[in-house]
Each structure stands twice: as C-alpha cells, then as structure tokens.
Design a binder for this molecule. Structure first.
Ligand SMILES: Cc1ncc(COP(=O)(O)O)c(C=O)c1O
Length: 396
C-alpha cells in the first residue's frame, strides 16, 4: 500500500499475524491501488480510514447501511433497547410487533422466523423448503452467503453436500427448465436473487415462479440486498411477483444484526417443527434497529429518494464518460448501480477507481454499489465532480 495509507500498512502487518488471512474480502489490500482497508468510524454517507481520510461510502458494508452510518434515529433506538436488555431467549413484545410489521410490509409474508445473518436466513429457508417438499436438491441463482449448501466445490465443503446444489444463470429461463427436466421430482427449491446486476427480462420472474409451481418446488427470493431498497416490501413488491419464501437481512436494520425468513402460511406453519433456532435469533437491538429503519424509510419516502438519487448518479456518470469519450454502461438498478467500462478498458477502469478513492469516493470496483438516504443530492454532485476529475486523470 502507498504512503498515504501508512498507518494501515502497519495495521495490515499486525492483522496478518493474528487474523486468518489478515481478514477476508475487502479487509485485504485491493488489486486497485489506493483502497483503504481499515476504517475507524462512519458518519452519514461517509466513513473514515485509519489514516484519517474521509470517503463518500458507496460500499456501505455491501448494503446494510440504508439510512447512513450512526443514523441518529437508529442509534437512539438501539441505545434505548440496550438499556432495557438485549436478549432473554424467551419471547418478547418487540419480536411479535416486528413480525406483525413485516407481515404488513412484505407482500408474500404471512409468517416470520428470525435469524442473525443473511447466510443463516438463506440456509434456514432451504431447510424449510426441504422439510416441506421432502426433496434434497436445490437450484441457486446468485450469491447467497458462505455456508456449505451454497458454496459447492469450495475448499472445505463436502462433495456430498456440493452435489445437492445446482446453479443457473440469471435471466435464462431455458436453463432452469432444462435443470428441472434433468432432476425431475428432486428439486426442493429455487433460490434466486430477484435482481443483482441486471433487471429481470419481461416475464422472467413470473416464468421462474410458474416453473416452480408446475414442478412442486418452493420459490425463494433472496431479498438480502434488494429488501427495503427496491421497495419496503423488496423486489417482490417492485416487480409484482411474490415468492413462497423470502430471506431478509442487511438493509432492514441499518447496520445491526438482523435477519429473517418470511413466507406463506401454507409452508411456514407446518415448518414449526423445523429447527431454526439460535441464541441470537431475534436479538433485540437488531429488532429495534429494524423498527427504526422502517419508520424512517416510511416517513422520509426513502425508497423514492434512493431510486431518484441512484438514477441521478448513474445518469451523471454516463454523461461524464460520454464527454470523456470513454465507452461505459451502467448496470444494476436505481439504488444499486454499477459502472461497467467497455471491453479492453480494464487498465483505464483500475486507474479511474484508484483516482476516485484517492479523491475520497469509495466505489466498489466490479460489485454493485449501494445508495443510502444520507447520499443527498449535494453528495451526488460532489461524487460526480470527483468522477469527472478522476476520469481525466486516469486518461492522462
Ligand atoms: C443476496 C445475498 N444473500 C445472502 C447473503 C449473505 O449474507 P451475510 O453476508 O449476512 O451472511 C448476501 C451477502 O452478501 C447477499 O448479498
């Protein structure tokens, strides 16, 4: 790492001595020069690195921050709850009230079970679907976490488990049809990210649902990223296609531990004897954070603002690239955009992101970015000004 990040160089040396791999993912030095890897704190749409630089944050921890870092309403709700107690492992009023609210908010939700993380929620949904159908194979489409069932072939994942998980590419209904044919009567569920870097083609999500119902499989929408951002009721509300089950985490609690599986009564009620229980399920600071986040999003008309500002960022970046004669497109949708440079422009792309981060804008290269309510119109303008300078410097 460069001199600008000298304290982080030292921290990285220490981290490698005591943390497995020094850390995972973005906690390791990036292939793109200039990226910080140690944060000290965050405020609104910015975070600060261990060398004291501030960044406009479009990583947002890969999505959990919907409102902003240390967002007063959430911080107050969590502090209040911490003073009342965080965990009892008998039921609480808040867990019931939040489940009632999720049922009101999410189109396909009639019942809820709590988890702690997105990976747990997706694993729980798969177990519920297997229990419901008596089948074992799973078709996945997207990223669904780190647990064995969705990482077939990874180091440390048993071959017997890997053999039960099949994968299809997004937006290819034919591939899904073929996989169902080749595994007739064996598929318990299809788990799909309803929209990650692409919008669904016309009729795609409807087609996936129809195939699942025809084949007796459970459709699970993984709303871990899209939930609350696309609409308060997730991508299922936005696209008007309801799954049988869906998984929620990340953005719903603005950075606190919270996750849930929600679904139709017909599947969830008989699943009462499926073991989905852990000490921290329904932990109360997470529930309080979720309530406060939903309150704020509702009162601020947050979904509309996220779409509007995401679009403003996307349009602005496209204009800047056009003016700089750089071939680029925007992928992703509204609150989760992503810039893609044209073929053969990998070096320019690396230089662009590097110049942005050195100027205080943290875009995650190659992964969708996330908008939060604290990205005001002024912040988007500031971002675009940085991007204009960054592409000029990258070309020079
Ligand atoms: C769509 C989706 N599902 C599941 C997960 C797993 O969530 P977690 O990292 O909280 O376990 C992620 C995480 O990135 C995700 O993006």
């Amino acid at each position: 790492m460069e001199h600008r990040l000298s304290k982080q160089n030292e921290l990285w040396e220490r981290a490698q001595q005591v943390l497995m791999g020094g850390g995972q993912g973005h906690k390791r030095p990036s292939a793109v020069p200039g990226y910080p890897i140690f944060a000290t704190h965050g405020e609104g749409c910015r975070f600060f690195d261990a060398d004291g630089h501030a960044y406009i944050d479009y990583l947002l921890a890969f999505g959990p921050i919907t409102l902003g870092h240390n967002y007063p309403r959430v911080t107050e709700a969590v502090t209040r709850q911490a003073q009342l107690g965080t965990i009892f492992n008998i039921g609480t009023v808040l867990e019931v009230e939040l489940a009632e609210r999720l049922v009101r908010t999410i189109p396909s939700a009639e019942m809820v079970t709590y988890c702690s993380t997105g990976s747990e929620a997706t694993a729980a949904a798969v177990r519920i679907a297997r229990g419901h159908t008596g089948r074992e194979k799973v078709i996945r489409c997207g990223y669904h976490g780190w647990l064995d069932w969705c990482r077939p072939g990874d180091k440390g994942v048993p071959a017997a488990v890997s053999a039960l998980t099949l994968a299809v590419p997004y937006n290819h209904l034919d591939a899904l049809t073929d996989l169902f044919k080749a595994n007739a009567g064996e598929i318990a569920c299809v788990m799909i990210e309803p929209s990650a870097t692409e919008a669904p083609k016309d009729g795609y999500l409807e087609g996936v649902k129809a195939l699942c119902e025809e084949q007796g499989a459970v459709l699970i929408m993984d709303e871990v990223k899209t939930g609350v951002r696309y609409a308060l009721g997730g991508a299922q509300e936005y696209f008007g296609v309801t799954p049988h089950l869906s998984t929620w985490s990340k953005g719903i609690a603005n950075g606190y531990h919270f996750a849930a599986v929600v679904g139709v009564r017909e599947i969830m009620e008989p699943a009462a004897d499926v073991w989905v229980a852990a000490t921290f399920h329904g932990e109360l600071t997470g529930c309080a954070a979720a309530m406060a986040t939903l309150d704020e999003m509702e009162e601020q008309d947050g979904v509309r603002l996220l779409w509007q500002r995401g679009q403003r960022l996307a349009d602005g970046l496209l204009r800047i690239m056009r003016e700089a004669s750089v071939e680029a497109t925007m992928l992703g949708m509204g609150p989760m955009p992503l810039l893609r440079f044209g073929e053969g422009q990998e070096e320019l792309s690396t230089r662009f992101y590097s110049e942005c981060v050195r100027r205080g804008v943290y875009f995650s290269p190659g992964h969708v970015w996330f908008l939060c309510l604290s990205h005001t119109d002024e912040v988007i303008e500031e971002t675009l000004n940085v991007a204009r300078d960054a592409i000029a410097a990258a070309k020079a």
